[in-house]
Design a protein around this ligand. Structure first.
Ligand code: CP
Ligand code: NVA
Length: 309
């Protein structure tokens, strides 16, 4: 049967997709996950190749994309800065032109968002953001899909973001604007949201006190105090962020059936207390697993469009 190719689309930030597209990905993730759990082979991407480019470390992103592509019948090429010409200053535009003539889809984890945008501008194939300094859209797909599984649609609900104004926080804010929910944000003094990255509007409410931010939340979430690439600030951040730990007091302020999420890797005793991440409200392992299912749905959508079964 001839394969059809949908129009070229990239997923560089959450706002690149419409609400309908995000909902399509969630529905397909549900179907694909269900088949996977029943050991039912689903291999619509035979002969398709994914190139993964990592300029930063990864466990979940690498394993979920690599396993996901193989499970769907395709194959994977793994590149890092150190073992490719990227580490020897080949222009990103030239790298994009070459790689995208040889593979069907590309996932990149890098530093500045502008770098992945430049790659996409010169790519013949879909490009997926596997994390930049500014955004982590695949993680938020997994997080919202996890909320959907545990509590139903996230629209109209409240998410409390406690901690750093980082790639995860900005992606939560984009998702809130697109899907119609509210994010309560609490960051330490000196670490406020960058207005240039945070879409303004009623979906974002800023709180000085992390406990107040958690009040009435249906989902409480946080992330490392120091993201990859900012390690030089580690010690200063450890001191500034100490009162922003998600502990039992924070969870008690949230709704009684609130779930706790963390994109992982986590540092128990820093941004989250062990009693929370290992406690009954935590859904972090489902959240991590769902990276696999949502990204399979994402790759299916980018490569095959919506005419799938
Ligand atoms: N959450 C996440 O992206 O994990 P990795 O850094 O291990 O890929
Ligand atoms: N904010 C973290 C997320 C890691 C998955 C970082 O960028 O390092």
């Amino acid at each position: 049967m001839p394969k059809t190719t949908p129009p070229l689309r990239h997923f560089l930030q959450f706002a690149d997709f419409s609400r309908d597209e995000i909902e399509h990905v969630f529905e397909r993730a549900r179907v694909i996950k269900d088949r996977f759990k029943r050991y039912e082979p689903y291999q619509p991407l035979t002969d398709r190749t994914l190139a993964m480019v990592f300029e930063k470390a990864s466990t979940r992103t690498r394993v979920s994309f690599e396993a996901g592509m193989y499970q769907m019948g395709g194959s994977v090429i793994h590149l890092t800065t150190g073992d490719s010409q990227l580490g020897r200053a080949e222009p990103i535009e030239d790298t994009a032109r070459v790689i995208s003539r040889m593979v069907d889809i590309v996932m990149i984890r890098t530093y500045e968002q502008t770098k992945i945008e430049r790659f996409a501008q010169h790519s013949r194939v879909p490009v997926i953001n596997g994390l930049t300094n500014e955004f982590h859209p695949c993680q938020i797909l997994a997080d919202i899909f996890t909320f959907l599984e545990h509590r139903g649609s996230i629209s109209g609900h409240t998410v409390a973001w406690i901690g750093d104004a980082n790639n995860m926080a900005y992606t939560w804010l984009q998702a809130a604007q697109l899907l119609g929910f509210t994010v309560h944000v609490s960051t330490p003094p000196g670490y406020a949201l960058d207005a240039g990255l945070a879409p303004a509007g009623a979906h974002c409410k800023v709180f000085d006190d992390p406990v107040e931010a958690a009040r009435g939340a249906d989902l409480v979430t946080t992330d490392v105090w120091t993201s990859m690439g900012f390690e030089a600030e580690n010690e200063t951040r450890r001191q500034a962020f100490a009162p922003w730990r998600v502990d039992a007091a924070v969870m008690t302020a949230a709704n009684p059936d609130a779930v706790f999420m963390h994109c992982l890797p986590a540092h128990r005793g820093e941004e989250v207390a062990a009693e929370v991440i290992d406690g009954p409200q935590s859904v972090v392992w489902d959240e991590a697993e769902n990276r696999l299912h949502v990204q399979k749905a994402l790759m299916e959508y980018l490569l095959l469009g919506t005419s799938v079964q």
